[in-house]
Ligand binder design. Structure first.
Ligand code: HGY
Ligand code: MN
Ligand code: MN
Ligand code: MN
Length: 432
């Protein structure tokens, strides 16, 4: 008979919170910007150093380590029925410019600590347990979010987009990969995809990146968020072109200002999002570049990148259609050319698996941790892993919901709670 998970009494789950915090701090040092900010971009020199750090921790945990063609890293603890589909958990360690040191990292280092905690409590996994470090979750370098997990989930759109993807320095995806030691070509990408039988469950531990758990923390402390669904993200690239010219000498009626066209579209994004009729529709223009970018030169080119999301896919797609309509209308009214309107990704939402949610609730109750069901408005690698495996996510509170900025913070106690819920849930699912 399998040792029941509940033999893992809460006291037997001793998380090395101090050691975990030290690892979080050590990993944060691999950054292209000074502390307390973290910048760690896909395939950069700091990313490569961070990857070897993660691999060394996996080896220290006596996991068998492998990497796939694009650098997704897998650390496996073989179960006593290693032939069964494994239970996987993981997240990312890449970090957008000037961000924090917990986003993604808690789900990679915390997963390794969950494994070590189970090992210290003499737990024997039936299904193997596998920790995954996804090669890059942030869209920073090539504009494609969740690059590693999209390819693992078999996304042909992601593989096709990589064919001509270049970064801000005009370096191609494949040259960037090569510089990081991944000698790959287009034909290698389909081999990255995993079959649907690879895992019986995929879990991700992550900071909430929103204020709900922490806000309630002020009244009654909610330690654990159990995610029920992940919102549907979309990103759009837009370009306008005008004649530009001298900011003093060209009179207003003769202008077709590409910068003002961009500004008008940015406000149209806000208008269409607010008109959706739901608080769950969001949108922003995170990138707005003007060329030539001189105060006394009328912008002849503008480039915007729009991020819009909703938990309701249809409602989000209606917003995208309205944005596209506005872009064409603004171009016509202002006599500028709409040189680009590309929907980079328009992903469906993902639902979390009921039995995983129940296992997480049981673990939270067993640990006597307050918990609540909630949706994730941020996307995660889990959004794509849900396409090949039942998926679940555990959230921990983060200070004022701050994320994607250096003030991002989660306490050692909250991280340790998340690790314990993850460890117990992994153990339970491994014995299923
Ligand atoms: O943008 C996101 O939702 C994720 O945190 N990268
Ligand atoms: Mn992020
Ligand atoms: Mn993240
Ligand atoms: Mn409950």
């Amino acid at each position: 008979p399998h040792p029941s998970v509940l033999s893992l009494s809460p006291s037997s789950l001793s998380v090395d919170a101090v050691g975990l915090q030290r690892q979080i701090d050590e990993l944060a040092a691999f950054s292209d910007t000074p502390a307390p900010s973290v910048t760690r971009i896909l395939y950069s020199e700091k990313d490569v150093l961070a990857r070897s750090y993660i691999k060394s921790l996996m080896k220290e945990a006596a996991l068998s380590v492998r990497e796939d063609a694009v650098g997704n890293i897998f650390g496996r603890w073989n179960g006593y029925e290693a032939g069964l589909p494994a239970v996987a958990t993981g997240s990312h360690i890449d970090a957008i410019p000037f961000s924090g040191k917990y986003d993604g990292v808690v789900g990679v280092l915390g997963a390794l600590e969950a494994i070590n905690t189970l090992k210290r409590s003499n737990f024997q996994p039936r299904r193997s347990l596998e920790v995954i470090m996804f090669t890059s979750e942030e869209p920073t370098r090539f504009g494609i979010s969740c690059l590693g997990s999209r390819l693992l989930a078999g996304s042909e759109a992601a593989a096709a987009a990589l064919k001509q993807a270049v970064d801000g320095q005009n370096i191609s995806f494949f040259d960037a990969a090569k510089s990081a030691g991944y000698k790959i070509c287009q034909e290698d990408l389909p081999n990255v995809s995993l079959t649907k039988e690879s895992y019986s469950a995929f879990l991700e531990l992550h900071i909430e990146q929103g204020p709900i758990l922490e806000e309630e923390g002020r009244s009654f402390y909610v330690s654990i968020g159990i995610v029920t669904a992940i919102a549907a993200p979309a990103s759009i690239k837009v370009g306008f072109e005008g004649n530009g010219g001298h900011a003093g000498a060209v009179l207003m009626p003769a202008r077709n200002d590409a910068g003002l066209a961009a500004a008008e579209l940015a406000l149209a994004v806000e208008k269409h999002v607010l008109a959706s009729g739901s608080i769950d529709t969001v949108g922003t223009v995170g990138i707005l570049e003007l060329h030539p970018g001189a105060i006394n030169s009328i912008p002849s080119r503008s480039h915007l990148e729009i991020d819009t999301r909703d938990i309701d896919e249809k409602r989000r797609n209606t917003v995208i259609e309205k944005i596209q309509h506005s872009a064409s209308k603004i171009a016509k009214d202002r006599g500028v050319k709409l040189s680009q309107f590309t929907v980079v990704n328009q992903d469906p939402p993902a639902l979390c698996d009921e039995s995983i949610i129940n296992a997480m609730e049981a673990a939270s109750r067993h640990l006597n941790l307050s918990h609540k069901l909630m949706i994730s408005r941020a996307y995660h690698d889990s959004l794509f892993m849900a396409r090949i495996s039942p998926m679940g996510m555990i959230f921990i509170p983060c200070y004022k919901g701050y994320s994607h900025k250096p003030e991002e913070y989660a306490s050692m106690e909250d991280i340790a709670n998340g690790v314990k819920v993850l460890a117990l849930t992994l153990a339970k699912l491994s014995l299923d």
